[in-house]
Design a protein around this ligand. Structure first.
Ligand code: NAX
Length: 326
C-alpha cells in the first residue's frame, strides 16, 4: 500500500462537497491502491456541518480513508496538501455586479493561493470548481509564485461530460464510442463545445449531426445545462459536478485513455489564446501533466466561438487586474 495522499477540499460542507467526499474516500479519485487523508476547509459557520459529514465518512469504514481533519484556516488546511479541490466560493446574489463577484472571490482565492504557496506539498495539483472557476484559478495561481503555474486548473469536465451525453443521446450511440470532443474557453454560457474533431463509433461526428443542430440545440443545451438543472431540481448540479471533479483529477494523475478530454489550464498561447489565461482546451494527461492537443484545424464556425469565450476570459482577467486582485 502507498503512503496516504493529502486531499484538501474547500467548501466541504456544501452540496458538491457532500457528493464528492465519499467518492474520494472510496478510492475513486486516486485509485484503489492509494489511501487518502482528507483535510476539509470551511468557513466557521460551515464547520459543524462538515463535522457531520466527517461522522458519516467514518461510518462508511472506507479501507482507504486514513484520516479526516477539519479546519477554518486555509494555511492549516493546505499544510502538506498533494491535491487541492477548491469548491467553496462566493455565489452571485441578486443585484451583484461582475466586479463585486470577482472582488468577493478574490478575497477567497487570493489567500487560498497564498496558503497553497506557503504550505502545500511540492507536488500539489489544484482544481478550482467554485465559480467563476477559470478566473478564481488565475487569482489563486498568481498568489502562489513558488508553485509551477501549470498546477492550477479549473473545471470544464462537467461541460465536457454534458456535451458527450447530448451527442450520445442525439446519435443513439453509447458515450464510450465518442472520442475527441472539446470544450473551449470559459466555464460560462460562452463556452464552446466543439464536435468538429470528434468521432462517434469511429465516424466523424459531422457525418451524423449538422450545423443547424449544433448551433440551434447542442451548443445552447450544453451551455445552459446548469440553469436547466436548477430549474428542474431546485438546486444546482452537485453529483454531476462532483463526478466531473473526480474525472479531472483522476485523469490528471493517472493519464487519459485513447480520447482526449477538456480542462481549463494556463494557456501557452496555443490556438491564439493569450498566454497565461486559464482557458479550456483539448488536453491529454501525459506523465502526470496536462498537454494541449496540438495541430487541430480550427474552422470559421469554431474560431468565432472560441474567440468570443476567450474574449470574456480576457475581460475577467483585466477586471481582476484593475481591482488589484492579481
Ligand atoms: P454550496 O453553497 O452548497 O457550498 C459551498 C460551500 O462553500 C458552503 O458550505 C460554504 O460555507 C463554503 N465556503 C464558502 N466560502 C468558503 C471559503 N472561503 N473557504 C471554505 N469554504 C467556503 O455550493 P455548491 O453547490 O457546493 O457549489 C460550489 C461551487 O461550485 C459554486 O461556486 C458553484 O457555482 C460551483 N460550480 C461549478 C461547476 C463547474 O463546472 N465548474 C458546476 C457546479 C457548480 O455550479
Amino acid at each position: 500500500m502507498n503512503q496516504p495522499v493529502n486531499v484538501t477540499v474547500t467548501g466541504a460542507a456544501g452540496q458538491i462537497g457532500y457528493a464528492l467526499l465519499f467518492r474520494i474516500a472510496s478510492g475513486q479519485l486516486l485509485g484503489p491502491d492509494t489511501p487518502v487523508r482528507l483535510r476539509l476547509l470551511e468557513i466557521p459557520q460551515g464547520v459543524k456541518a462538515a463535522e457531520g459529514t466527517a461522522m458519516e465518512l467514518h461510518d462508511c469504514a472506507f479501507p482507504l480513508l486514513s484520516g479526516i481533519d477539519i479546519f477554518d484556516d486555509a494555511n492549516a488546511a493546505f499544510d502538506g496538501a498533494n491535491v487541492g479541490l477548491l469548491v467553496g466560493a462566493r455565489p452571485r446574489t441578486a443585484g451583484m455586479e461582475r466586479g463585486d463577484l470577482l472582488e468577493a472571490n478574490g478575497g477567497i482565492f487570493g489567500p487560498q493561493g497564498k496558503a497553497i504557496n506557503d504550505n502545500a506539498a511540492s507536488d500539489i495539483r489544484v482544481l478550482v470548481v467554485g465559480n467563476p472557476a477559470n478566473t478564481n484559478a488565475l487569482i489563486a495561481q498568481r498568489h502562489a509564485p513558488d508553485v509551477p503555474a501549470e498546477r492550477f486548473t479549473a473545471m470544464t469536465r462537467l461541460d465536457h461530460n454534458r456535451a458527450l451525453s447530448q451527442l450520445a443521446q442525439k446519435t443513439g450511440t453509447p458515450v464510450s464510442q465518442i472520442e475527441n470532443l472539446t470544450i473551449w474557453g470559459n466555464h460560462s454560457a460562452t463556452q464552446y463545445p466543439d464536435v468538429f474533431h470528434a468521432t462517434i463509433g469511429g465516424r466523424p461526428a459531422t457525418e451524423l449531426v449538422d450545423e443547424a443542430w449544433l448551433d440551434g440545440e447542442f451548443i445552447p443545451t450544453v451551455a445552459k445545462r446548469g440553469a436547466a438543472i436548477i430549474d428542474a431540481r431546485g438546486a444546482s448540479s452537485a453529483a454531476s459536478a462532483a463526478n466531473a471533479a473526480i474525472d479531472h483529477v483522476h485523469d490528471w494523475v493517472n493519464g487519459t485513455g485513447s480520447s482526449w478530454t477538456s480542462a481549463a489550464i494556463p494557456s501557452d498561447g496555443s490556438y491564439g489564446v493569450p498566454e497565461g489565461i486559464i482557458s479550456s482546451f483539448p488536453v491529454r494527461s501525459v506523465d502526470g501533466r496536462w498537454e494541449i492537443v496540438q495541430g487541430l484545424e480550427v474552422n470559421d464556425f469554431s474560431r468565432q466561438r472560441i474567440d468570443a469565450s476567450v474574449a470574456e476570459l480576457v475581460g475577467e482577467r483585466d477586471a481582476v487586474q484593475e481591482l488589484g486582485l492579481i
